[in-house]
Design a protein around this ligand. Structure first.
Ligand SMILES: Cc1ncc(COP(=O)(O)O)c(C=O)c1O
Length: 549
């Protein structure tokens, strides 16, 4: 390797280190970025974007490519112009040890300002093909706000094209229909709503609202503090008992949100020296929890149990504990974790298991208890984390498990200890929700009748709904602009579903995400199908021909 190549390799190493937050010695040259280091597509996009900016290259890396540090460096070496504006002074670094090289590269990276992100850049934000990944901070600009200015322009351009529709205000309840103030048109419009997680309709049930109202008179708006410091009421304790009972576990801990439940639980239980092994499609709260834990992170290809086994076997000798973590229902894909196989592997390789039940609680299983009930494995998963902001119609997160583990988390999960809890009225509303869910199983029956009808009809029309088997039905599109155009066409027709692009999914995996509710009528579903087909024709979305005929 000549000196220029060495400089590039050191820069690649430094940027990977900065984004992944691993210590230098953990970055083995031949470690696979995804499988051994847990670098997901979002982090990888940030790394590649920063390196392209630093090295003036146009390297493209797809999440599926099995890159190591060495092969990633080779891609940049192959493309770097002969006279790269040296990101680091090669004379000083040529003979330095690898750690010194990396430190020098980080310093140079920090001092380097990409021409495209320079302060005062008044050109178009990043061109028509820009995605949100182009505005992720990469530590190369002296002013941390520069990216916010560029993002403003990007956002404005997208809004002018009718693409940027995030955060429009609902006026009223979230049910099969919603009144939303359309900022672009400056008026309120009624939409068929397929973007809500109020799967069982509990968020609008009068008994839930009465319970919230009554508890707010009794307890006030909030207790203003952490559960450990004057934030606990009997209503919270009842909620924890009910959730533990629903899941068939000894104990439960309620967090301020599902996000903080994953963050706090993972970071409290695993640490440096341990391994945390996750599905590549896991929710961001899991990825963030793993990062925060300081453990070695590994990602296996989506639901690929053979790859998981290979990974467990390859690293069986690493001392320390092992946690396998996966979504029960994958939030952007709607399919279900292969739990029976996963549990067998966990047992074989002595790993603990955490399943995120955000989209399975209230949806899967005969009583809506979740993924374990769906597979008749209730009580067999070490830890189940969930949110109460979806089917349960409230707010907050939880974890259930063995009493001693939950008790440990009560004192070591920082996002529980150092954060105010959900207000007692919210907990009271959730208690009512759980009672209604148990007493009215017909809600779940209606939900599944709607899911089956919509999924079967979409498949028959030729849409790609992947392996969905839950209230989340994706329509896979791939190209981000095409997905944005589909979203715009649907909104024009009065259907509101989620348009998911990076960072919700990897670049190139854009999609519509349709959430089915028990409150949708057959007429709502038929109207939605008509609108989807019209939008597909308008935008020339390829449908699977055999089925579309
Ligand atoms: C799989 C998954 N986990 C965790 C969360 C976070 O839950 P919350 O909204 O309560 O923070 C979500 C929410 O979208 C989710 O889909």
């Amino acid at each position: 390797m000549n000196a220029a190549h060495q400089d590039i390799a050191a820069t690649v190493r430094a940027v990977v280190q900065k984004h992944s937050q691993y210590a230098d010695e953990a970055l083995q040259n031949h470690a696979l970025l995804q499988e051994d280091l847990g670098i997901d597509s979002i982090m990888l996009a940030g790394i590649v974007s920063e390196l392209n900016s630093l090295l003036q290259t146009r390297v493209n890396v797809s999440p599926g490519d099995s890159d190591t540090l060495v092969s990633l460096s080779a891609r940049f070496v192959a493309q770097a112009p002969a006279q790269v504006p040296a990101p680091m002074p090669s004379e000083e670094t040529r003979n330095a040890d690898p750690a010194a090289l990396a430190r020098a590269a980080v310093a140079a990276a920090a001092a380097f300002t990409s021409p495209s992100v320079a302060t005062g850049d008044n050109s178009s934000s990043a061109g028509n093909k820009a995605t949100m990944r182009d505005f992720v901070g990469n530590g190369t600009d002296p002013d941390i706000f520069t990216k916010t200015r560029r993002f403003q322009r990007f956002q404005r351009e997208r809004a002018e094209q009718g693409h940027f529709w995030y955060g429009m205000a609902s006026r009223g309840r979230s049910s099969n229909r919603a009144r939303i103030f359309d900022r672009h048109e400056g008026r309120e419009r009624e939409f068929l709503l397929f973007a809500s997680n109020n799967y069982l309709g509990l968020a609008n049930d009068e008994r839930v609202l009465d319970a919230i109202q009554q508890a707010s008179r009794e307890y006030g708006a909030t207790n203003t503090g952490s559960r450990l410091i004057a934030g606990t009421t009997e209503v919270h304790q009842v909620l924890e008992r009910k959730l533990a009972q629903l899941k068939g576990r000894e104990d439960c801990l309620v967090f301020p949100s599902g996000y903080s439940a994953n963050l706090g639980t993972i970071a409290a239980l695993v640490g440096p020296g341990d391994q945390v092994i996750g599905d590549v499609y896991n929710h961001m709260s899991i990825q963030d929890g793993c990062k925060l834990s300081g453990a070695t992170r590994r990602l296996y290809p989506h639901n690929d149990m053979q790859a998981l086994e290979d990974m467990l076997a390859r690293h069986e000798d690493q001392p320390g504990g092992r946690l396998i973590v996966a979504d029960g229902v994958f939030s952007m894909h709607g399919d279900i974790v292969h739990l029976p196989e996963l549990l067998k592997l966990a047992q074989r390789y002595q790993a603990r298991v955490l399943i995120d039940e955000a989209h399975s609680t209230g949806v899967l299983g005969a009583t809506g208890s979740g993924t374990t009930e769906h597979f008749q494995l209730k009580g067999r998963v070490d830890l189940e984390v969930g949110t109460m902001s979806k089917a349960l119609g409230g707010q907050g997160g939880f974890v259930v498990g063995d009493a001693e583990v939950i008790d440990y988390l009560r004192y070591y999960a920082n996002s529980y200890v150092f954060a105010a809890t959900i207000p007692a009225p919210v907990a009271a509303g959730l208690n009512a929700s759980l009672d209604i869910m148990a007493a009215e199983p017909e809600r779940l029956v209606r939900l599944w009748s709607n899911i089956d009808y919509l999924k079967t009809s979409l498949d028959r029309l030729g849409f790609d709904t992947e392996q969905s088997n839950s209230a989340i039905i994706p329509v896979r599109i791939g190209d981000e602009t095409l997905a944005m155009n589909m979203g715009r066409s649907l909104r024009r027709r009065g259907l509101y579903c989620q348009t998911v692009v990076f960072p919700g999914v990897a670049v190139g995996d854009a999609r519509l995400r349709i959430s089915v509710l028990e409150s949708h009528t057959r007429q709502d579903l038929d109207q939605a199908l008509d609108m989807l087909l019209e939008a597909a024709q308008e935008n020339r979305l390829p449908l699977r021909e055999a089925l579309a005929a």
